[in-house]
Design a protein around this ligand. Structure first.
Ligand SMILES: [Zn+2]
Length: 494
């Protein structure tokens, strides 16, 4: 598995716990890898006095260090030894910190990939009460005459790694090591053949736990790459690593493209409630922002929760956001970017204050108020219109339902039935029978087959506006083929 990797098992004895103040007084390195097994150790003169407590703990006395080489004297050789190797240490942050600080004094930047055997012991053996090196040695039956001497500790780490690989099996051991090093390693229950079988095509996938429970649902432009990405993680105890650890199986479904994947995932997330994904909040109300002129002729923003029924006719609605919170955040962001006065825009709540250049100047009492130049309404309004253009709401551009066609290179095709930005289903088009067959979603094979007339009736049913669908659909407005229902069969066959 890690054939090409060299591991440098390292232990340092130091005069104290802080690399900024304390010095290294012993180094031991054991290089392990394919065809490599090499070790080196040395006491170092720390050029300072060693606290009595440390002398007692390590058994290294001041006298033993007299005449030994300094770090300066060994750093060239040590640097060569550690080059291109993964640093392995027990509580590796400690050793990495000391080495980094000491090499830095000689202009060398030491930042190797790190494997911490303490972290490894905690994840592989969470029920062991202690994970200190001594406790581990006791647990695995590895006895050494000395403790807290560098090479003895390196030998103990090696013994633990050998023990864990044998005890847990190579698959589990390599998986945990891979997670720490950020190398993609498959979970023990997933083979390379399983991964090879996944197409590099757009689609939706589900990660399942050991007992088949649903952990995660995602969409991808390349299923294989996206699924594999779940097993590569640099932070060994991140949320993603926790997910990867629980994966016992993968299900995937190829889809026609990104729009299809997005629509299916949004549906699946709402209906299947995966355990390792943040709960999808019940669809909150979107937030409309209107431009309203005040009596001075300035444009002011008015926020309104919910989508008015007559939004198509309401020309003054200029922006639409996921919810009120997002609306407020984006308004403040855009206003500050364009130096627009939030107070003048009428969006400040009680207790909030504006930091635009005008308000800033007015707050500066050393400047006479008459010298502060305030934009005329026309200029201000032009600025407001420009600042919020990117959030402009696009009214539904058709007067009837459409079928949006998405097709991938593999010839996989889907038709999405959409009216007034609402998604009414995804289908295969059956040319022979001139019918739409519903696409099977969330594992249930409910392949309803409907006529184009049924499709039109379906769109007459009321359906909640979903901001996510609106955003997704609008993004594909120019890239995909949108066909009016009334023109659909006439155009067929494709
Ligand atoms: Zn202001």
């Amino acid at each position: 598995m890690f054939k090409h990797i060299r591991f440098a098992l390292v232990d340092l004895e130091t005069t104290g716990g802080q690399h900024a103040h304390d010095e290294i007084m012993e180094v031991a390195v054991r290089l392990v890898g394919e065809g490599v097994d090499d070790s080196w150790e040395s006491l170092l003169d720390p050029l300072c006095s060693v606290p009595t407590f440390i002398q007692g703990l390590t058994g290294i006395s001041q006298a033993m260090l007299r005449g030994k080489p300094t770090f300066a004297a060994v750093q060239d050789g040590l640097w060569d030894l550690l080059q291109d190797a993964v640093l392995v240490a027990h509580n590796a942050r400690f050793d990495a910190g000391f080495l980094r600080a000491n090499f830095a004094r000689y202009g060398r930047q030491y930042s190797p990939p790190v494997l911490c055997t303490l972290k490894l012991a905690r994840t592989l053996y969470p029920d062991w009460p202690k994970h200190g090196l001594e406790a581990i040695c006791h647990r695995i039956g590895f006895y050494s005459e000395v403790h807290h001497r560098a090479m003895a500790d390196v030998d103990a780490m090696k013994a633990f790694l050998d023990y864990a690989r044998k005890d847990k099996g190579a698959a589990i051991f390599n998986f945990e090591v891979g997670l720490q090093l950020g190398i993609p390693v498959l979970p023990p229950s997933i083979s390379q053949e399983d991964i090879d079988a996944i197409p590099c095509q757009p689609g939706i996938y589900r990660l399942l736990g050991e007992a088949g429970e649903l952990l995660y649902i995602g969409s991808a432009t390349s299923l294989q790459a996206q699924i594999l990405a779940h097993f590569k993680n640099t932070a060994g105890d991140s949320k993603a690593a926790k997910l990867a650890r629980r994966v016992g199986g993968v299900q995937w479904q190829m889809l026609a493209g990104e729009l299809s994947a997005g629509l299916h995932v949004s549906f699946a997330l709402r209906h299947e409630k995966p355990q390792m994904q943040r709960r999808i909040k019940a669809a909150g109300k979107p937030c409309c922002v209107r431009f309203v002129a005040n009596d001075k002729g300035d444009i002011q923003l008015r926020l309104r929760s919910g989508l008015p029924a007559n939004i198509v006719q309401t020309g003054e609605i200029v922006a639409l956001f996921r919810d009120r919170k997002q609306a407020k955040a984006r308004i403040i962001e855009s206003a500050s970017h364009s130096d627009l006065c939030l107070s003048r825009l009428g969006v400040l709540a009680v207790g909030e204050h504006c930091v635009c250049s005008v308000c800033d100047a007015l707050a500066d009492l050393s400047l006479p108020a008459s010298t502060v130049s305030v934009a005329e309404p026309a200029a201000f309004n032009a600025g407001v219109t420009a600042a919020f253009a990117e959030y402009a709401y696009s009214p539904w551009p058709f007067d009837e339902p459409v079928l949006i066609r998405e097709q991938n290179e593999a010839g996989h095709e889907e038709w999405h039935l959409v009216d007034d930005w609402r998604h009414y289903g995804s289908f295969h088009w059956d040319t022979n029978h001139q019918r739409l067959t519903e696409y099977a979603v969330h594992g249930v094979d409910n392949r309803t087959s409907i006529s184009l007339l049924d499709a039109r009736r379906r769109c007459e049913q009321s359906k909640d506006f979903q901001y996510e669908h609106y955003r997704l659909l609008r993004a594909f407005l120019n890239d995909l083929e949108w066909r009016r229902l009334s023109e659909f069969s006439a155009d067929m066959p494709i």
